[in-house]
Design a protein around this ligand. Structure first.
Ligand code: SF4
Length: 146
């Protein structure tokens, strides 16, 4: 069983109310091989919502801030924890998550200046998954285990 980003499965849960549908990943869900989760919605944020990016605060702590300057770290952590709990319930050891997202990004995320620049790093949920032994692929480099 896989966990997949819900927007990749065609669910319109992106910050702008759209999806990032990927046909192969949608098929996994339709076949009962993957469970879709959207950490930001699970964390209590609405759709549509103000986009967020990851920053380091003046103390060097990682925070998630929306484009209006509101700190959304609590919601992102809550969504990550709920996503991990779902992975535990369904026994998922592998996740395929949306690239570049502050929740789901794997390898690269936006730099916190809302200017479209990517830097190395992971989303909040991706980090929690990896810390708990879940292998994370991005939608750009995933492979399906046989
Ligand atoms: Fe997609 Fe993840 Fe963003 Fe939800 S939090 S819209 S699943 S990338």
């Amino acid at each position: 069983m896989y966990i997949v980003s819900a927007c990749l499965a065609g669910i319109k849960c992106k910050y702008n109310g759209k999806d990032n549908k990927n046909e192969a990943i949608s098929k996994l869900v339709e076949e009962g091989k993957a469970i879709p989760v959207c950490p930001e919605v699970l964390g209590g944020l609405p759709t549509p919502r103000v986009p967020c990016e990851i920053i380091k605060d003046e103390k060097g702590n990682t925070r998630v801030i929306d484009k209006d300057g509101v700190d959304r770290t609590t919601e992102f952590l809550e969504g990550a924890k709920k996503s991990l709990a779902i992975a535990g319930v369904v026994g998922a050891k592998v996740a395929i998550l949306k690239s570049n997202s502050p929740s789901c990004g794997c390898g690269y995320v936006y730099d916190g200046n809302f200017c479209g620049k990517l830097v190395e790093g992971n989303g909040v949920t991706t980090d929690l998954f990896i810390d708990n032994g879940i292998k994370v692929y991005s939608d750009k480099d995933y492979r399906l285990d046989k």
